[in-house]
Design a protein around this ligand. Structure first.
Ligand SMILES: Cc1cc2nc3c(=O)[nH]c(=O)nc-3n(C[C@H](O)[C@H](O)[C@H](O)COP(=O)(O)OP(=O)(O)OC[C@H]3O[C@@H](n4cnc5c(N)ncnc54)[C@H](O)[C@@H]3O)c2cc1C
Ligand SMILES: NC(=O)c1ccc[n+]([C@@H]2O[C@H](COP(=O)([O-])OP(=O)(O)OC[C@H]3O[C@@H](n4cnc5c(N)ncnc54)[C@H](O)[C@@H]3O)[C@@H](O)[C@H]2O)c1
Length: 452
């Protein structure tokens, strides 16, 4: 006998959990289906624990910057407080009871297990069949994917899910993939004493970002003793005598641990999207501006392919909730999606890169300023590397993209997110007052550079 509800939410990542709670509080009957932990990847395996690693690693780096600036400091790294904080404060030892209680406290029925769409507006979880009068909201997120490299499958490699459970920093670590996960973790473990090698198939790190960001991180990594191998094709992986070896074709690299950080993918086959006419082999579920993916079907978060970020999942959740409740509101707008890579220096970015803007046929000019040449950068001295880069659409006289790399790059970018989102005329940005001596004051110099 099927159970009838108004909405079934499949997957309780950040957006799904939020949407389920809001819909229930609005008076709908809601079933939330979750196969692992309520809250999803972010609090247990991703954003929160990795940023705890980064915070601790940055403290070590700052301690090491004391000589020559503020006296003497002896820094001795210890992973135990990091592991303890992740276990006790962030994840409750990977126990979601608090989150589950919070959700059911809002009136959501929590159904534990793997949800499969078995017909329009119908979800099956084990032997339970849930019928959704208004429809299904999909928030299944992504899982790490490992490339089909000879010998890799079956070895005890780490993904982010194992890395955040590390009880000590490994003596040496190979990081396969120089994307966001790879560079954040590489630097964090390195600062705790691991000898780290990053192996990236593309010709640069952080390929989604401006080439200047890639060069900056490669330069900083080299200074910190992290080996970077770009344009590297791994022919085979071996795991013997508790060590991993990557065969790079003619030479090899070996370490105690291997972190595979080569991207993520949604399991649309497992979700059974063919039952609602969607392609199970696709990477994403296409959605419109209201997050609709079909009749009685909405999707939010990583699975929509609009950016794998918690802030995206939450943004889309709010729009989907409004649509499900029949409320008006703005359609989704992606021109100013912010992204921050939490390395030191942080790479904050928004909107289009220069290359993307040119590919779109825009008439582009750029402004650039090295952060260490700004007053604040000069005062800051050690650890002051970074830059601000602006991408202007000269046809409209507005910024369409920007990068703020450096100390607090993820905070500086906030001002530029407002500029890109609000389509603030560059002339208006030129006429603003920027506080002295802040890092964000360098935006004024970068704007002047647009005219140079
Ligand atoms: C190491 C790492 C660090 C990151 N750091 C940041 C960061 O600093 N900032 C940021 O904005 N983003 C960060 N991200 C990305 C962020 O974690 C995701 O974008 C975010 O979790 C949003 O994902 P989501 O809402 O799509 O779902 P997810 O968080 O992936 O959750 C989906 C949930 O659905 C469940 N599920 C899947 N299939 C089914 C099914 N069939 N039935 C029932 N349940 C199912 C899963 O168990 C999971 O709990 C990071 C990612 C990684 C890997
Ligand atoms: N701070 C943040 O907001 C944050 C942090 C971590 C992750 N994330 C999100 O999670 C997503 C996934 O991150 P990710 O780093 O796993 O993926 P990614 O797609 O960002 O990077 C994967 C990298 O692996 C490389 N690669 C692929 N196959 C390879 C191979 N065989 N050998 C060597 N290199 C290979 C790719 O060229 C790419 O550079 C990101 O897109 C991001 O949106 C966000």
């Amino acid at each position: 006998m099927a159970e009838e509800v108004d909405v079934v939410v499949i997957g309780l990542g950040p957006g799904g959990e939020d949407a389920a709670g809001r819909l229930a509080q609005a008076g709908l009957s809601v079933a939330g289906v979750e196969s692992r932990l309520v809250g999803g990847e972010c609090p247990y395996y991703a954003c929160v624990p990795t940023k705890m690693m980064v915070r601790a690693a940055d403290l070590l780096a700052d301690g090491r910057r004391v000589p020559g600036m503020a006296g003497e400091a002896t820094v001795r790294a210890d992973w135990a407080p990091v592991a303890g904080r992740i276990r006790d404060e962030a994840t409750d030892d990977w126990n979601d009871q608090v989150a589950a209680d919070r959700l059911t406290g809002k009136g959501v029925t929590l159904v534990r297990g793997r949800g499969r769409i078995t017909a329009p507006r119908e979800v099956t979880v084990g032997d339970r069949v849930l019928r959704a009068r208004r429809g299904i909201l999909v928030n299944i997120g992504t899982d790490p994917v490992a490339p089909p490299i000879d010998g890799l499958a079956g070895t005890p490699y780490w993904t982010n899910r194992e890395a955040v459970r590390a009880t000590e920093a490994p003596g040496s670590l190979l990081v396969l993939g120089g994307g966001v996960v790879g560079v954040e973790m590489a630097q964090a473990f390195s600062r705790f004493g691991s000898r780290v090698t990053v192996v990236e198939v593309a010709d640069r790190l952080l390929i989604q970002d401006e080439p200047e960001s890639s060069q900056l991180i490669a330069r900083v990594f080299e200074k910190e003793g992290i080996t970077v191998r770009t344009g590297a094709k791994v022919a085979a992986v071996r795991h013997e005598n508790d060590a991993f070896t990557l065969d790079l074709g003619g030479e090899s690299v070996t370490a105690d641990r291997l972190l595979v950080a080569t991207g993520r993918r949604s399991d649309l086959g497992g979700l059974g999207v063919a039952a609602v006419g969607l392609d199970e082999s696709a990477r994403t579920i296409p959605v419109d501006g209201r997050m609709r993916a079909g009749d009685g079907l909405w999707a939010i978060g990583d699975v929509t392919g609009k950016g794998q970020f918690t802030h995206m999942s939450m943004y889309q959740a709010a729009i989907a909730v409004r649509d499900i409740l029949g409320e008006d509101g703005q359609d989704a707008e992606y021109r100013a999606v912010p992204r921050v890579t939490f390395t030191d220096p942080e790479i904050g970015a928004v909107g289009l890169t220069e290359a993307q803007a040119r590919e779109q046929g825009l008439s582009v000019r750029t402004g650039y300023v090295p952060l260490n040449e700004s007053a604040r950068g000069w005062i800051h001295k050690t650890g002051n590397e970074g830059f601000i880069k602006l991408v202007e659409d000269t046809g409209r006289g507005v910024l369409v993209g920007a990068t703020a790399a450096g100390p607090s790059g993820g905070e500086i970018i906030g001002a530029l997110v407002v500029a890109v989102h609000g389509q603030v005329p560059t002339a208006a940005l030129r006429g603003m007052i920027y506080a002295y001596p802040t890092f964000h004051r360098a935006i004024e110099t970068a704007i002047a550079d647009l005219d140079a």
